[in-house]
Design a protein around this ligand. Structure first.
Ligand code: 4NP
Length: 152
């Protein structure tokens, strides 16, 4: 079965768009083909582009995420995606509640894929500053590169 991955945070405007962008970049560079998307557990930002600070930090690393638009997780995601990856433990807990019993989708925490960071959250930078967005980029790019390697 073709693998597919959905990254999920709260608003789908800060962290999961970065994870989607970093994963697309890693997958492209590794020559793999993978369906990649992101979504939020919350509905506040549906239809909005990523936070300008996320767009900026991704651009600094050669990744354009400006075309992304926020959406909310839907039940059909548990049929469409083989892997759904939560950015923090609250998101993971919400996804565990939403997941239909019959779904074979594998749920995980993003930093569980980064040796030494297992069980940790990608901190929400929304109320933070540029340093917090840089830290979020570093976390998501390291973990998604590692996850990409694990899929080969
Ligand atoms: P994200 O950050 O979950 O990384 O997209 C947030 C964005 C918006 C809000 C919270 C977190 N909000 O409360 O509107």
């Amino acid at each position: 079965m073709q693998k597919s991955v959905l990254f999920v945070c709260l608003g789908n405007i800060c962290r999961s768009p970065l994870a989607e962008g970093a994963m697309r970049d890693a997958v492209l560079k590794s020559g793999q083909e993978l369906l990649i998307d992101s979504a939020g557990t919350g509905a506040w930002h549906i239809g909005n582009p990523p936070d300008p600070r996320s767009i900026a930090v991704a651009a600094q690393h050669g990744v354009d995420i400006s075309g992304q638009r926020a959406r909310q997780v839907v039940q059909t995601d548990f049929a469409r995606f083989t892997h759904i990856i939560a950015l923090d433990r609250n998101n993971l807990s919400d996804l565990q509640s939403l997941k239909p019993r019959e779904s074979g989708t594998v749920l995980s925490l993003l930093l569980d894929h980064l040796p030494g960071r297992e069980g940790q959250d990608v901190a929400d930078p929304y109320y933070g500053d540029d340093t917090d967005f840089m830290r979020a980029w570093q976390d998501v790019s390291a973990a998604s590169a590692q996850f990409c390697r694990s899929l080969r």
